[in-house]
Design a protein around this ligand. Structure first.
Ligand code: GDP
Ligand code: MG
Ligand code: ZN
Length: 300
């Protein structure tokens, strides 16, 4: 064959039946297979991977090299996500703040920016919107949107620009609706009916990087991905992931303070004076207890 083979750089958007769809820097999509040696080395290319591939005209190319991953999420397996859009509904279903807090912790731990997206603003009253804003104002960026009316979507786009973002959150908050509104032509199923497999797991049919201009969007339709089972987090470290607590930990008497039962605790004082939300603190205690119980189980 007279085809000239060239090595190029690109990002895997999705993999289907042994083929990978790779977007090069010019935005062209290439169909590739992985070299057999990846299988021998037990390496699987996944969406989000930055790769070097060889492209030939008219035939499929080959993935030659997978660049080191900055992070990797499970269920679905995706790589190199910089941001997690945590979608919360300010109408129905009622916001699951514990899940939201856990997603924020997990995002930070995996070096991803948490972005809070308050959806269904068209149906909510101002009071529930501002309650949610106040709860997270010192924690992460909050945007108010409505997938139904399109309100706030331009603002959301600004926060997505140039980053690879996955959308997470409980079922029926409007993740698929927001993605459909952001990516014209996409028709993800909506309705909030969470399809479960026979093992009771939520299926994720869309582990795919969607591209619009320089917005990447990873569809992750699983609530909470796999928080505490995989979170390699010690109870003492938990408060490091609380932006709203960090200004006060220096006031704690004990350097190893977990801000639970210890006396002379700067965090508890800040909760009492209203600098830290009572709800955030109570949920912190819940997560702390889960981590402590997990550690006990591990040392059994
Ligand atoms: N009023 C209102 N309803 C919405 C909005 N976004 C989504 N919904 C509805 O909420 C339900 C769940 O949406 P879906 O996108 O399937 O949620 P997902 O499970 O998070 O992907 C659907 O019935 C949507 O029509 C919104 O901005 N406003
Ligand atoms: Mg959905
Ligand atoms: Zn303390």
């Amino acid at each position: 064959m007279s085809n000239v083979t060239q090595n190029k750089k690109g990002t895997i958007l999705k993999g289907i039946g042994g083929f990978y769809y790779i977007r090069d820097d010019e935005g062209l999509i290439h169909e590739c297979k992985a070299r057999g040696r990846f299988r021998n080395d037990n390496v699987t290319p996944i969406p989000g991977d930055h790769v070097i591939f060889s492209a030939s005209e008219g035939v499929y190319g080959f993935i030659e090299e997978i660049c080191e991953r900055r992070n990797e999420l499970s269920r679905p397996r995706v790589a190199n996500i910089n941001q997690v859009a945590i979608v919360i509904s300010v109408y129905k279903p009622k916001a699951d703040c514990l899940l939201c807090d856990k997603l924020i912790i997990q995002s930070k731990k995996a070096d991803m920016i948490p972005l809070l997206v308050l959806n269904k603003c068209d149906a909510a009253d101002d009071k529930s919107i501002s309650a949610m804003r106040n709860e997270y104002q010192n924690v992460c960026t909050c945007v108010c949107v409505s997938a139904s009316t399109g309100e706030g979507l331009d603002d959301l786009k600004k926060h997505l620009k140039g980053l690879s973002t996955c959308f997470a959150g409980q079922s029926a908050v409007g993740k698929s609706s927001i993605l459909n509104a952001l990516f014209p032509g996409l028709s993800l199923e909506t309705g909030g009916l969470s399809k479960k497999t026979d093992r009771g797991r939520h299926t994720t049919r869309h582990a795919e990087l969607l591209v619009m201009d320089d917005i990447f969007g990873m569809v992750v339709d699983t609530p909470g991905f796999s928080f505490l089972e995989s979170a390699d987090l010690q109870p003492e470290e938990l408060s490091l992931y609380y932006e709203d607590m960090s200004p006060f930990v220096n006031n704690c008497h004990f350097t190893s303070c977990t801000h639970a039962h210890e006396p002379r605790c700067g965090v508890k004082d800040a909760v009492a004076s209203g600098y830290i939300s009572e709800g955030r603190y109570q949920r912190y205690l819940t997560i702390l207890k889960e981590l402590e119980e997990k550690r006990l189980r591990e040392y059994d």
